[in-house]
Design a protein around this ligand. Structure first.
Ligand SMILES: [Zn+2]
Length: 288
């Protein structure tokens, strides 16, 4: 049996698959187990112990995780409690199981590369944070300490508050759900308007927050196109699915924010996958 998980800041999704064949099949029976947990109530290590005791036949665990991961170790997670950092080592010592854990947007881009049939693809996910994963020449880009392509934390413009990474000028402070929230709090905006409501507001401060969001997203997208020259740029995450108009803005204006030739040859698309990180966790069994 195999366990796949998408561990995010607000929810954890997991699937246990029973492999119905003695050869290594990628397509397995998904109906056996499908369950969602509220992540804040379940620290990952405790949840894994519970699942491994409930399903002692699990031999592989693939996890997409919303945090910095290096060689199976959780370095940090901005929005989650981490009690056990050496999670792969500990689980593999205590159970007869192989475990792989990878940053969630890195997992997402693995699934997107397959779904979009592209070996040069960048995934830009706009949710609580602004995440980026890169597959170049068919290989997932990691970097020396597995921090490559952390586009959310490139310097952009100073803000009156700080990012989870400690800096006060990350682009994620403009183009992400958490960044938008910080600007709304800073300006004491009531009623929790979403991005589209901010954009259509008759209050110029609210419209400015939406405008800053769009400009920062264009800048982030233009930067990844210029740096990685992908064939496809796939947009995903909660903010994108709630505001598909952002795709149109990107397609119309990206040439002003990227190397023009790189912008001309790219196809900007919205994800077709319901949960790309979870789908990508299923690729972690392969050598990356
Ligand atoms: Zn940052």
């Amino acid at each position: 049996m195999k366990l796949y998980m998408d561990v995010g800041a607000t929810t954890i999704r997991c699937e246990v698959h029973r492999d119905n064949s003695i050869v290594h099949e990628k397509i397995v029976d998904e109906s056996f187990f499908h369950e969602s947990f509220v992540s804040r109530e379940h620290e990952l290590y405790a949840l894994l112990i519970t699942l491994l005791k409930r399903y002692p036949d699990i031999r592989f665990i693939g996890i997409a995780y919303a945090g910095f991961i290096h060689h199976g170790r959780i370095i940090s997670a901005p929005n989650m409690e981490v009690k056990v950092h050496d999670i792969k080592q500990k689980i593999e010592q205590e159970f007869d199981v192989r475990m792989e854990i990878e940053n969630d947007v890195n997992c997402a881009v693995l699934a997107e590369a397959d779904d979009q049939a592209s070996s040069d693809i960048v995934a830009l996910y706009v949710g609580t944070g602004l995440g980026c994963g890169v597959v170049s020449d068919g290989r997932l880009l990691h970097g020396h300490a597995s921090l490559a392509a952390e586009i959310g934390h490139i310097p952009y413009k100073r803000t009156p508050f700080h990012c989870g990474c400690g800096k006060d000028n990350c682009i994620e402070l403009y183009a992400s759900g958490s960044g938008m929230q910080k600007w709304k709090q800073y300006h004491d905006i009531k009623g929790q308007p979403d991005l589209l409501q901010l954009r259509q507001s008759d209050n110029h401060i609210e419209r400015d927050i939406a405008k800053m969001f769009e400009e920062a997203l264009l800048s982030a997208a233009g930067t990844v196109l210029t740096l990685f020259n992908p064939e496809k740029l796939v947009l995903g995450g909660g903010i994108i699915s709630a505001n598909p108009y952002l795709l149109e803005i990107l397609r119309e204006q990206i040439r002003a924010y990227a190397l023009p030739e790189a912008a001309k040859s790219v196809s900007i698309v919205q994800t077709r996958l319901k949960d790309a990180p979870l789908e990508g966790a299923k690729y972690l069994e392969e050598d990356l």
